[in-house]
Ligand binder design. Sequence first.
Ligand code: FAD
Ligand code: N01
Length: 533
Amino acid sequence: MSEPRTVDAVIVGAGLSGLYQLHRLREAGLSVRVLEAADDVGGTWYWNRYPGARCDVESMSYSYSFSPELEQEWTWTEKYPTQPEILKYVRHVADRFDLRRDITFGTRVTSAAYDETTGRWLVISDSGDVVDARFLIMATGCLSASKTPEVPGLDRFQGPTYHTGHWPHDGVDFTGQRVGVIGTGSSGIQSIPILAEQAADLTVFQRTPNFSMPAGNRPLTEDEIREMKANYRAWREAQRTSAFGVPVRPATHSALEVSEEERNAVYQDGWDQGNLVAILGSYTDTLTNKEANDTAAEFVRDKIRRIVKDPELAETLSPRSFPYGTKRPCLDTGYYETFNKEHVHLVDVRKTPLVELTERGVRTSEQEYEFDAIVFATGFDAMTGALAAIDIRGRNGLSLKEKWGEGPRTYLGLAIAGFPNLFTITGPLSPSVLSNMIVSIEQHVDWVTDCITWMQEHGKTAIETTTEAEDAWVEHVAEVGAYTLYPTADSWYMGSNVPGKPRVFMAYIGGVGTYRQQCDQVAADGYRGFTLT
Ligand code: FAD
Ligand code: N01
């Protein structure tokens, strides 16, 4: 182990969160070290290089707002940017703001311990790097700890396997191959149409069908770019005060108050726009009333029936086990159409469960399927996985993993009782994954930076949330969540995709704008709910 390097703050992760946090803390005059497992910046957009990977928030909204100059300089090319274009953008930001000199790449943080005598964190990485810091900021990502399917024999298969979240940097050519894909979440739905173009034969193993609608992706026109660049300030303000970080006209009616004809016209408009929030936000009760929700769900199922020629296949692809929107809905480019191709097959693993991977492929309860390559589009141990992978110890050696044994407990998704001077960017129990995440990232980073600056101005060296404030927040998040349909689904929002994970709704559905006001009020009240020394 090397001699500790001493800085004011350590940031773990150099994705969109870590980079902006570095920029802000540097501006505030702190010395900072960022530790990043990857060999470059980008986070999600560094790791997820599978074919078809793109954002499903429009490019001009999924970009940093903190620098008007950056906004004007950078020009997006498509409505929904591809992974390579986003990565190029993130690299541009790192260079433009000279961020790389404070980042150590290729180093994975394995432990972090708070020393009560010094009031400092000792952060240790697998490369032997040791950093001693007053503040520890976890920018480790909500969707960065990938998970493989829980089936025996993962090492047995003789061909190559790929996880969408760890895709080879040189790409993979599946031309002429027999390919199996496990998983039909956003990553599967984006990649399957492109895999089908390459593969000689493609078999998709589906456990739960998902709701998807066409992205309607296209190049941005010069007029659109000019108009957005002229109106960025107003647009950003609208993002910050919106429910999901994407401005939409607020709904005024229940879905059940209007005629079926009127409702379907509204849904059709959302479908044509290729905008996720358009259908979700059409009516006041889509996410709170099952009957209202059913109208949106049935609209999408009807579309599936119209696109997929084989009625039985269409039914297998139709989600029925959870309300619309309570698992992350998807945007696609030709997903349902892909199943009309003769060389594409769908296996419903609810009916014929996965038994094991074999040397030659995948065995279900019914038969063995032989493949040249297998793709795991099986997602992530979301929200808590990256944090739980690090041995984080707070006061009295308290382990974060143990503290969260029955589900994450935070105050505002930003701070944790027993863990002084530790902040989590888009941490569990904040809006995070229920929003355009860059809006939530900027809000958290700004709040943390303002808090640290305030501490410096007021001669404070330690901040810790109280257990009472944390308990009240946990209760509030659960209460607001229970008012919605989200907790009725087996989703990664609920931890259901990871066997043994406690069933807790891990995000705050109070809305991005409302949440911002709550955080600002806590700060304005002299950091209500925190102890400062
Ligand atoms: P990440 O980008 O996940 O970065 C975290 C970084 O921390 C990673 O680089 C990781 O290597 C590093 N790290 C983690 N643990 C350690 C450790 N122990 N030591 C060192 N480094 C560590 N959000 C949207 O709002 N809209 C979208 O359309 C959208 N599309 C997405 C598509 C995909 C395929 C995925 C996976 C996610 C998508 N998201 C989307 C969510 C996306 O994760 C966020 O928008 C955003 O990129 C998160 O940035 P971040 O910096 O917080 O986390
Ligand atoms: O992961 P997922 P993802 N046996 O968890 C199945 C963001 N994102 O990488 O639903 C069989 O959604 C699992 O089945 P089930 C976005 O927030 C955005 O696709 O658990 N199947 C599911 O079908 C997204 O929500 C974009 O029953 C198994 C799939 O694998 C999040 O990242 C693109 C299994 C996993 O789906 C995660 O998306 C990509 C098993 N043992 C990602 N284990 C955009 O377009 C899992 N599955 C913006």
